[in-house]
Design a protein around this ligand. Sequence first.
Ligand code: 5GP
Length: 253
Amino acid sequence: MARRKKIYEGKAKTLYEGPEPGTIVQYFKDDATAFNAEKKDVIEGKGVLNNLLSEYFMLGLGQIGVPTHFIKRLNMREQLVRSCEIVPLEVIVRNYAAGTMSKRLGIEEGTQLPRPIVEYCYKDDSLGDPLVTEEHIAAFGWASQQDMEDILSLALRVNDFLSGIMFGVGIKLVDFKIEIGRVYDGDFQRLVVADEISPDSCRLWDMETNQKLDKDVFRRDLGNLTDAYTEVARRLGVMPKNQTPVTKPTLIN
Ligand code: 5GP
């Protein structure tokens, strides 16, 4: 088997050079981190579930015309994606108050917001991904005005799509984070939804009981994270079938 080159190792994923120019293999690890990696654990099965769930959401987005970096899933742990330049922003959409918004503004968690609120954080772990305004984004050249219009539109389309899918299976989409990539087609650049969409990057609450089915289970020690993610996958009908998990990256450089 050919060797391939590791491009980047993140907290939850490792990226390898893909088989074709302009492609990347995303390997989903079982590592869980929170509070800027101050809290860490290995949660068996998390990577497989996030790989399958992210595939499900990215494929669905593609089907309704929202561009993503996703090409195809390769196996239980890996997916092939288009290589893109990541815009250094975490784009957060909130439908209900929770997490840092509740802390910052003193709004009780679970309060429905008058409309979806989009926030931007500057992607820098050493700074703790600080909240920034469009003024910072423009002044520091992280994205152009046109990019920001496209990013807002992508974020709201992803929100409508994910909220609807979750509503259909009795889950409230409280909030989520996406990352945006730039893909170059010749002289043209396009913005696409990149990275992953999974319970690691969303807050998902059961509609009836408000039970948390997302990474807050790990962040706040609320129970078994794999059980929570498995419940989301089960409701969406994307449970792993005939699972033969690849426990380690198949090719390492
Ligand atoms: P908060 O700002 O309340 O901590 O997070 C808002 C939403 O964005 C939550 O769904 C949270 O999971 C997601 N989020 C914020 N920062 C990150 C991050 O660095 N990594 C991941 N995976 N999700 C994040």
